[in-house]
Design a binder for this molecule. Structure first.
Ligand code: DX5
Ligand code: ZN
Length: 217
């Protein structure tokens, strides 16, 4: 199993000062960037031009989480910017296998996300096409929501499936991850943790990242 990785989400950062907000998390394993289109989710954030500028402003790997419709069209454009990992939602993709293969062919890690009420079983046979599976632990769209414990069994089933495949697919959780909840998610089998408010509302973001990593180990 992969050792725990902490990916702070800049959704809870100060959007007027993104460059300095990025420098607060330089001890993280990657920066998680939430792209929302006000159609797939009821919220609107940033798109390609801002991601391009963020790419130039940080040495951290970029973990792009697309909460948008038509990822088949848009996801490859984020890969083209040099983002290390691009996550599309299973519920939005027309052809998830083709899209995952296209992302990999562009040299990007291909990742797929499932909303809380989406079952993992229909997607198990395509796990080998992915470098990361994201299980949402809140309904996507907003930061600061409470972790859904009802996802823990799905994390366990996903862990089993990933291990059966040889354990190379990262298993990410996103939503409500904090010092209170990260251990439960880690025990269930997650290895990659998105944390928005838990990192950005902390006075010392580096200390928050270190503590989350410690608790997940
Ligand atoms: C929510 C986003 C998350 C969000 C998490 O839809 O995908 O990445 O930033 O925020 P917290 O950690 O505050 O739940
Ligand atoms: Zn996210």
């Amino acid at each position: 199993m992969i050792s725990p990785r902490i990916h702070p989400s800049i959704l809870n950062a100060d959007f007027a000062n993104l460059a300095s907000e990025l420098s607060r998390i330089d001890s993280a394993d990657a920066v998680h960037v939430d792209v929302m289109d006000n159609h797939f989710v009821p919220n609107l954030t940033i798109g390609l031009p801002v991601v391009k500028s963020l790419r130039a402003a940080t040495g951290l790997p970029m973990d792009i989480h697309l909460m948008i419709e038509d990822p088949d069209t848009w996801a490859p454009q984020y890969a083209e910017l040099g983002c290390e990992s691009v996550t599309f939602h299973a519920e939005a993709a027309q052809a998830p296998i083709r899209l995952a293969r296209e992302l990999r062919s562009q040299g990007t890690r291909s990742a797929m996300a499932l909303k809380p009420a989406t079952g993992i079983e229909p997607y198990l046979d395509m796990l080998g096409e992915l470098d990361m599976l994201l299980l949402m632990t809140v309904e996507p769209g907003f930061g600061g929501q409470s972790f859904l414990d009802l996802i823990l069994p799905k994390i366990r089933r996903a862990r089993q499936a990933v291990d059966d495949l040889g354990g190379t697919v990262a298993l990410q959780v996103d939503g409500g991850i904090s010092t209170e909840t990260i251990q439960r998610a880690a025990e269930a089998g997650a290895d990659t943790f998105v944390a928005g408010s838990a990192v950005y509302s902390a006075e010392d973001a580096a200390a928050a990242i270190a503590q989350l990593r410690r608790l997940a180990s």
